[in-house]
Design a protein around this ligand. Structure first.
Ligand SMILES: NC(=O)C1=CN([C@@H]2O[C@H](COP(=O)(O)OP(=O)(O)OC[C@H]3O[C@@H](n4cnc5c(N)ncnc54)[C@H](O)[C@@H]3O)[C@@H](O)[C@H]2O)C=CC1
Ligand SMILES: O=C(O)C(=O)COP(=O)(O)O
Length: 588
């Protein structure tokens, strides 16, 4: 049975194995039936009745090892396939069947893979680094990419500390030697870390935890991170300095940045030359932050006393000459490999995956604006209003969109840093109705940029007498349109101005917008045409300045207005324009 989409309201859904009462309506006496394997049931409210449909489960591919606790969360809601060690072409062949993909660092989710992922809604990284995912390609396709940034911080921190201490005391080398039945005590003379200076490049979650532990060992900690304030570092007793100064003063250098163009090869031939003789270098972040060739040469030349590496430019680093050096200790990307961390990241990413597949959002999205969680609830009604205003404005203005300005006033000025989130929803509203491709919060900004639409955002305390005010000004090749809206208490939202006309318009359902001359009979004639065509008027707003001057009328109507009726309305005397606008998420 096909039901008109607006009539459907999801009551609940259940995964395969659940017991439900089938039949239409299902509250009539009947029998219970088990939801078949591979299907989920969705119950809809349809008028007074509750109806049900079986739908195929969403399908999730897990292409790197994921802790059982995460898999269990997934299996309770969706169909899960775990297929590790897939080659690129194997992955491309099957990826089109899946709604979500979960990976660690072992899968190269490149543009080719993403291009083949036609149904994909979510890519989850069970860990921090997303450098193995082409986030731009995913963004372009409107795919949410999320990671699990908190779950493995302590694992990576403890691994860094273990590497630093092993490096200082030659533990791996001594261990290997003794296991060969050698007893070479003088060969493995170490150095103390006490009172040495640790230079931390990248003072994020792991960098800060490393500092805390190094301080407990009476090391002096200095750090470089362009995005962390001196005050923040001072709270941990760490001195922030430039990277150049850090390289000059550190006895041990550890890197904890993402791998991005700015951090690629920051440890290179030139920067090593400025370091102390006998410096030790640790990388438990990402291969590529250190130029491995330069590191090899500097160790060979005796400039660098040793290195501890968990990550490599090529993984596995089978061809790396660094593996041949005695004073280089290595682990095979084990930073996050603890039972605790793997449980944390698997659960985090599995929950986010299910949230997204159910139509919600993910907690740690990396390709949509992050807003502080304490702002999310407060900004939700504004985001919804902005999207509806966008839909309204673009349909009323007509024409090809060239610029969008979003102005946030009054109490919204307190959320200045988070308004990008609302702007993306406004853009979704503006673009989604007129484009064939799906537009969502992930790709809205990208789609606008790609189409040469200029987007700007202003935050002001001015709100024209309202507590809060959103104004969206758009320019198209047919002219300009300005729509303002506000959110009252309990999330009630209204469009309060269209152009220079004041309104009190509920931005819902189907709207007819007319520009006409304010004179007796015009509104009546329009109402007659609608009545004749069985279109019920649910509400009416008229904005005008003076009688007999141009006025604006917006009618809330209960059903779509067919094109011939719009044409008939346009032909009425006194009416200069008539536009139909849908504030639902249907394409126009
Ligand atoms: N070896 C392993 O198994 C693991 C590796 N990692 C890696 O460790 C690294 C750090 O992870 P987290 O601390 O969780 O990330 P984070 O995002 O909390 O910290 C990264 C820090 O780098 C800073 N940064 C950005 N650009 C910089 C630049 N140009 N110069 C200096 N600092 C810059 C940021 O401001 C931020 O404070 C990431 O690359 C992550 O992928 C994380 C977990 C496990
Ligand atoms: O979280 C990260 O950034 C890591 O590097 C951990 O990688 P993994 O999940 O162990 O392949």
């Amino acid at each position: 049975m096909i039901l008109p989409a607006p009539c459907l309201r999801v009551m609940m859904s259940g995964a395969s194995g659940a017991w439900v009462l089938p039949g239409i309506p299902c509250h009539r006496p009947g029998f219970y039936k088990k939801v078949p394997a591979g299907k989920r049931i969705i119950l809809f409210k349809y008028g007074a009745d509750i109806v049900w449909v079986f739908m195929a489960n969403a399908r999730v591919l897990v292409s790197d090892p994921l802790a059982e606790e995460g898999l269990a969360i997934l299996r309770a809601a969706v169909d899960v396939d775990v297929k590790t060690d897939l080659k690129e072409d194997e992955l491309c062949k099957i990826i089109g069947d899946y709604d979500a993909l979960l990976v660690r660092s072992g899968t190269d989710v490149n543009a080719k893979v993403i291009g083949a992922a036609k149904k994909m809604k979510f890519i989850g990284r069970a860990g921090v680094g997303v450098d193995n995912i082409d986030v731009d390609a995913a963004t372009r396709m409107g795919i949410i990419v999320a990671n699990a940034p908190e779950g493995n911080t302590l694992a990576a921190t403890e691994h860094t500390m273990a590497m630093m201490q092993s490096l200082a005391r030659n533990i791996p080398q001594a261990n290997a030697s003794l296991k060969k039945k050698e007893w070479k005590r003088s060969k493995f003379m170490g150095v103390e870390l006490n009172e040495k200076t640790l230079g931390i490049v990248g003072f994020g979650r792991i960098g800060r935890e490393v500092a805390k532990r190094a301080k407990a060992m009476d090391m002096k900690c200095v750090a470089y991170d362009p995005f962390i304030t001196q005050e923040r570092a001072a709270q941990l007793g760490v001195e922030m300095m430039s990277m150049a100064d850090l390289f000059k003063v550190a006895d041990v250098i550890t890197v904890h940045t993402p791998l991005i163009p700015e951090t690629t090869h920051v440890i290179n031939e030139k920067s090593i030359a400025t370091m102390k003789d006998g410096v030790r270098i640790i990388n438990c972040a990402r291969g590529g932050i250190i130029d491995e060739k330069a590191l090899y040469d500097a160790i060979k030349a005796g400039k660098v006393a040793g290195a501890a590496l968990d990550v490599f430019e090529q993984e596995p680093p089978t061809e790396s000459p660094l593996l041949t050096l005695d004073n280089v200790i290595v682990t095979p990307h084990l930073g996050a490999s603890t039972v605790e961390a793997q449980l944390n990241v698997a659960v985090s990413v599995a929950k986010q995956c299910i949230d997204v597949l159910k139509g919600g959002s993910a907690k740690y999205v990396v390709n949509a604006p992050m807003i502080p969680s304490e702002h999310t609830e407060a900004l939700q009604p504004f985001a919804q209003l902005a999207e509806k205003m966008g839909r309204f404005a673009v349909q009323v203005a007509g024409g090809r969109l060239s610029s969008v300005e979003c102005i946030y006033g009054g109490e919204l000025s307190a959320y200045a840093g988070s308004m990008k989130f609302v702007t993306r929803l406004a853009l979704k509203g503006l673009l989604d109705p007129i484009l064939q491709q799906p537009v969502n919060i992930v790709n809205a900004e990208f789609v606008a940029k790609e189409r040469g639409i200029q987007v700007s955002e202003t935050v002001t305390e001015e709100a024209k007498g309202f507590k809060n005010l959103i104004t969206i000004k758009i320019r198209t090749d047919k002219g300009e349109e300005t729509v303002s809206g506000t959110v009252f208490q309990k999330g009630r939202s209204r469009i309060v101005a269209v152009g220079s006309y004041t309104m009190d318009l509920i931005p819902e359902g189907h709207l007819l917008v007319s520009k006409h001359v304010d004179q007796p009979g015009v509104i009546g004639r329009a109402a007659t045409v609608l009545g004749k065509n069985n279109i019920n008027i649910a509400g009416m707003q008229v904005g005008r300045f003076n009688p007999k001057e141009p006025a604006l009328m917006v009618l809330n109507v209960d059903s779509p207005v067919p094109q011939p009726v719009i044409e008939e309305l346009r032909g009425l005397p006194g009416i200069s324009s008539m536009t139909f606008a849908k504030i639902s998420d249907e394409k126009i």
